[in-house]
Write a protein that binds this ligand. Sequence first.
Ligand code: 5AD
Length: 388
Amino acid sequence: MSRGDHNRSDTSPTVHGRIRGADADGEPTTAHSPKLGLSRAEVLAWLREDDPARLDDLWRAADDTRRRFVGDGVHLRGLIEISNYCVRGCTYCGIRAPNHGVERYRMGEDEILACARQAHDFGYGTVVMQSGEDYGIETDWLARVIHSIKHDTALVVTLSLGERPEADLAAWRAAGADRYLLRFETSDADLYRRIHPDLPGRVSDRVAIIKRLQELGYEAGTGVMVGIPGQGHETLADDIELFRGMDMDMIGIGPYLPHPATPLGQLAAGAVSESGATATDQVPNTETMTCKVLALTRLVRPDANLPATTALATVNKSDGRVHGLQRGANVVMPNLTPPEYREKYEIYPDKAATHETVEATQQSISGLLAALGRSVATGPGGRRHSGH
Ligand code: 5AD
């Protein structure tokens, strides 16, 4: 894509239009109304925008909208990577089942409870238990762990355990789990199928699972990777349309980061066109592109909880997290996984904070928030129960 390849005046809104369009106070609305946010055409134009000065306007509009709708508080969610076993073969992910180079682990109940207590002691409102799709995590066992966390602490419990059957999701909800994260990764059905092989006899439909999660009473989160080989700008605009249409509480957006031990990671850059996208329309997996998606998502879903993701902090180690927080994000997920497991949970290489202690991570995040003039938000930090 080159800089002048779209006609800005046709499709880009004025900055004032956007800022006014994001106002909740009932100011006169423009075509970019506060409720509906930007049109798809405008989103697409912004995805193709490369002028740093204009992008500064986008960052400002997203930051302003974030402040108006969810405030300056940043919710800290403690991440516990409870198992790196996985039955799936997602072609981008380092812990995919066929990667025999991974040393597998599954945390014990006591280890998980110790991490949860640490989250509680740090004053976090939420713990997120994440794993590969691991059926060694037995339904009743995890229900007990959830129950113990809810019994011992006031923590909100979020799960991110892949495409588990509905009976499992229902049992964990009954045990007290509050939220579930499942990214749809891309709205392009062909691309999704290429990078995400089905299990035998089971067609993967993550959007349908997310709807079921909502019906079960979970707050639901989703998200995408930015810059997957074969992902074009139109597809990304469709992803944002899907965010607009789904009543999502949380939306995680991170750059795709190639892992050398995966089929997708072994694709040479030139092979991208073979995987479906024209070379000119391929979305780059850069920090800026990821921030564009984040900022636009804030403008179409002003009250959602949007993390500055670890992948964003990885693609730009010095400033990725700060940029995320300044361009729409209001959540950070510090990693509480014990050090001996962290480096084994390598979904992509060189993950930020892999070799940091939990205390160091906690300190660096507090320091960063203080420097930005942002506070640590207290309480559970749910979207639908924001009064807590
Ligand atoms: N690069 C970036 N993100 C990845 N994820 C998995 N593998 C990668 C990768 N190689 C993301 C997926 C998944 C989330 C837990 O991590 O979006 O949903």
